[in-house]
Design a protein around this ligand. Sequence first.
Ligand SMILES: Nc1ncnc2c1ncn2[C@@H]1O[C@H](COP(=O)(O)OP(=O)(O)OP(=O)(O)O)[C@@H](O)[C@H]1O
Ligand SMILES: [Mg+2]
Length: 228
Amino acid sequence: MKSLFITGTDTDVGKTYVTAGLAVTLRKMKVDVGIMKPFAAGKAQKKGYKSEDVEILSKAAQVCEPESLVNPQFFAMAASPYTASKSLKVKVKKATVLSSFKKLSKLHQMTLVEGMGGIMTPILKNYYITDLIKEMKLPAVIVTRTKVGTVNHTIMTVKMCQKYKIPIKGIIINNFDSDGYSVKSLKRDLQNLAGVPILGAIPYIEDLSDDSLYKTFKKNIDMKSLIN
Ligand SMILES: Nc1ncnc2c1ncn2[C@@H]1O[C@H](COP(=O)(O)OP(=O)(O)OP(=O)(O)O)[C@@H](O)[C@H]1O
Ligand SMILES: [Mg+2]
C-alpha cells in the first residue's frame, strides 16, 4: 500500500477536506492510515496543534502523534514556506520533514501527506512542492474545483507533475463552488485533455464528522484505485 501526496490546483481548493475524507474512509476500510502536513502556515491555534489542518487531519485519521512528527514546521504567517522563511528569518527544515516522513511511513500502512498551496509553491530557491514529492517518492492526488478557470489550473498541475515524472493517481473534483462547470462536463473535459483518471467528485460537505465524510467519500470516490 503506497502513501499519497495530496496536492491541489491552488490554496483553499479543499486539500484538507479531501485528505480528511480519505483518512476517515481508509480507516473504516481497516487501513492503518497516518497523516502529515510537512509545512503549515497561518495563524496558530491556541489549543491543540498550531495548524488547524493538522487538527482536522489527526482527528480524521484518529492519530495523536507529536506535532514535531506530523507537522515538523509551522510558520506563523499565511505564505509559502519560502516566503515565510524569508520574512520570519527562519531556516526551512527540509531534512526534518524528510526524516519525519520516513518515520511516519514506518508507523502506518499508508500515510496521507497534505501539500501546501499548489504544485509550484516554493519551499527553497529552486525547490518546489514538486521536488518534495519527488524526494518523498510519492504518487500525487490532485484536488481541483469546478469554478471556471479550473481547467487551466488542472492542466498546468498535471503537466508539472509529468515534467517532474511524478506518478498521478488521479484527480478529485471538489464540487463545493456554487457556480462553475457541471461535474459531468468537467469530468469529460479533464479526462480528455489531461488524460488522467478522475477518481470522483465530492459535493458540499455540511460537517467533518466521521459519518458525513465516510458516507460522502465511500459513495463518490474510487477508493480501490487509491490503495492499489
Ligand atoms: N467539499 C466541501 N464542502 C464544504 N466546504 C468546503 C469543501 N471543500 C472546501 N470547503 C471550504 O473551503 C475551505 C478551504 O478548504 P480546505 O481547507 O480543505 O483547502 P486547502 O486546499 O486545504 O487549503 P490550504 O492551502 O490552506 O491548506 C474550508 O475551510 C471550507 O470552508
Ligand atoms: Mg489545507
